[in-house]
Design a protein around this ligand. Structure first.
Ligand code: CMP
Length: 158
């Protein structure tokens, strides 16, 4: 199917502590994205060194790791047409106080570091992130009964 993508979302410790877990999941669910994997886990140095390898020389890297290890996080894989870009739009830009109203960060956040949620920024990153957290057997391939309402036949068959 064309552009059918999987993307990884993390509900970060600040969102978990603020009781926003259900609200965040609901936003992707009602959009029409398909949930194909979900688990709660505690991130480790090992995972984060790999996950944020592109940030490892930044001054904020130690704080970022501490923050992400504060509590467990909820990790999810969502599937849909152009899912990577669609999910990034729902999440909003990095800094909550600048993020668009209507986005998750725009509606619930002020910070640029404690910014509630992570979303993969490319299909390649999504694949790498998925493998750091999920086994292949934890990603589900099932028929969504609502797919015919969410997409036209041409969109999913092209
Ligand atoms: P995200 O964009 O999901 O991935 C990189 C994370 O690093 C980002 O969210 C923030 O949580 C964090 N981050 C980015 N910039 C800064 C910064 N200037 N200071 C502290 N943390 C940051």
């Amino acid at each position: 199917m064309s552009n059918m993508e999987k993307t990884v979302v993390l509900i970060k410790p600040d969102a978990l502590q603020r009781g926003l877990t259900g609200e965040i999941i609901h936003r992707f669910d009602r959009k029409g994205l398909k949930l194909v994997g979900i688990k709660m886990l505690k991130l480790t140095d090992e995972i984060l060194d790999e996950w944020y390898a592109h940030h490892k020389d930044k001054s904020f890297f130690p704080n970022l790791k501490n923050f992400m290890e504060w509590t467990p996080i909820v990790a999810m894989v969502w599937e849909g047409l152009d899912a990577v870009a669609t999910v990034r739009k729902i999440v909003g830009t990095t800094k909550g106080r600048e993020a668009e109203a209507g986005s998750i960060r725009g509606d619930f956040g002020m910070s640029g570091s404690q910014n509630l949620i992570h979303a993969s920024d490319s299909v390649e990153a999504a694949e790498k992130e998925r493998k750091l957290i999920f086994k292949d057997s934890e990603i589900f391939d099932y028929v969504s009964a609502s797919e015919c309402l969410i997409y036209s036949r041409e969109e999913v068959e092209s």
